[in-house]
Design a protein. Structure first.
Ligand code: IPM
Ligand code: MN
Length: 364
């Protein structure tokens, strides 16, 4: 039995979490695995109910989980709150509290969507890399931090163990993929980056079969747009990873398609990369595919159910191939569907793919 904590959050987070839940329930049914769900508030909706974006109860629930699924947090309504009460603060606190130091954001091209990218087809076809972002250190969390009327101050600091553990992750993940790590820093200017580079190279000695190269972050930003095929695993710090993963996300054609996993030694959190999109919230228009692909990552990384994960991904591709689109990825001649309809179609395809492969196995 696995216990999954659902944190729908705000805006379209609520709708796409419903989609994710339906997919999880389908997996439970088909693969005969027992899943228990518990829903909690986070972000703006938690602030409205309890006066804080992350309550002790929600955090405690996550401490007792096998995996956490988060929809999205944030919205115009809460933008003028002080820093520590903003919905985003909940996310940062949760990452830190659960020790989720590895953030994995795949940038994979879905063939049926290749025309919706701003990049040329030739540049894009075959692109398949992931941004591995350090998530609990660096300038996001460095002390001191302060501002007053005359100055603002943040601290970019990395400690050896923080760089070592994310570097180990990068090399291990690369071994399962195309064996290449690109470490991104700003070592020509920042001491913290020179340190990062030294530690990454030290760790690399244990993984000499994996190819390692270094890029400065400005060059990396350019290369992702210029020739994204060169990348396999991009390893980088918290702030650079925030920026590069948005660039990587955009070249794939839609932010509405991108899943993510945040992993620590004990806990794991899965969330679509898109935000809470308050402008379309509550309208049954949101694209549920990033949330559904995040569910696939959950079954892959947290429960070692690789078959379930790959069938979910195949079901997404089949749905796109059949021409179904939510408004964010619409194109000529496509069939525009709602969040709920899209979810139903993916689930139907998933069930069909599952039964087909079961029959296939049976007749072997
Ligand atoms: C992300 C987001 C967050 C971040 C914000 C909402 C705090 O942009 O997950 O990339 O900067 O990490
Ligand atoms: Mn971001």
């Amino acid at each position: 039995m696995y216990k999954i904590i659902l944190l729908p959050g705000d805006g379209i987070g609520i709708e796409v979490t419903k989609s994710a839940l339906s997919v999880m329930k389908t997996v439970a049914e088909l693969f005969n695995v027992e899943l228990e769900f518990e829903k909690h508030l986070i972000g703006g909706s938690s602030y409205d109910a309890y006066g804080e974006p992350l309550t002790k109860e929600t955090l405690q629930a996550c401490y007792n989980s096998d995996a956490v699924f988060l929809g999205a947090v944030g919205g115009y309504k809460w933008e003028s709150l002080p820093h520590n009460l903003k919905p985003e603060a909940a996310l940062l606190k949760l990452r830190k509290a659960l020790g989720l130091f590895t953030n994995i954001r795949p940038a994979k091209i879905y063939k049926p969507l290749i025309d919706s990218s701003s990049l040329k087809k030739e540049v894009l076809s075959g692109v398949d890399f992931l941004v591995l972002r350090e998530l609990t250190g660096g300038i996001y969390f460095g002390e001191p931090r302060e501002f007053d009327a005359n100055h603002g101050l943040n601290t970019m600091v990395y400690f050896k163990d923080e760089v070592e553990r994310i570097a180990h992750m990068a090399f291990k993940i690369a071994r399962e993929r195309n064996n290449k790590v690109t470490s991104v820093d700003k070592a020509n200017v920042l001491e913290v980056s020179q340190f990062w580079r030294n530690v990454v190279h030290q760790v690399h000695k244990e993984y000499e079969d994996v190819l390692l190269n270094d890029l400065y972050v400005d060059n990396a930003a350019m290369q992702i747009v210029h020739n994204p095929k060169q990348f396999d695993v991009i390893l980088t710090s918290n702030l650079f990873g925030d920026i590069l993963s948005d660039i990587a996300g955009m070249i794939t054609g839609s932010l509405g398609m991108l899943p993510s996993a945040s992993l620590g030694n004990k806990y794991a959190l899965y969330e679509p990369v898109h935000g809470s999109a308050p402008d379309i919230a509550g309208q049954n228009k949101a694209n549920p595919l990033a949330a559904i692909a995040s569910v696939a990552m959950m079954f892959d990384y947290s429960f070692e159910m690789k078959k379930a994960a790959s069938l979910i991904n195949e079901a997404i591709v089949k749905t796109l191939e059949d021409g179904y689109r939510t408004v964010d990825i619409q194109s000529e001649g496509c069939k525009i569907v709602s969040t709920e309809k899209m979810t139903q179609i993916v689930i139907t395809n998933f069930k069909e793919l599952y039964h087909n492969q079961a029959i296939g196995l049976f007749t072997l």
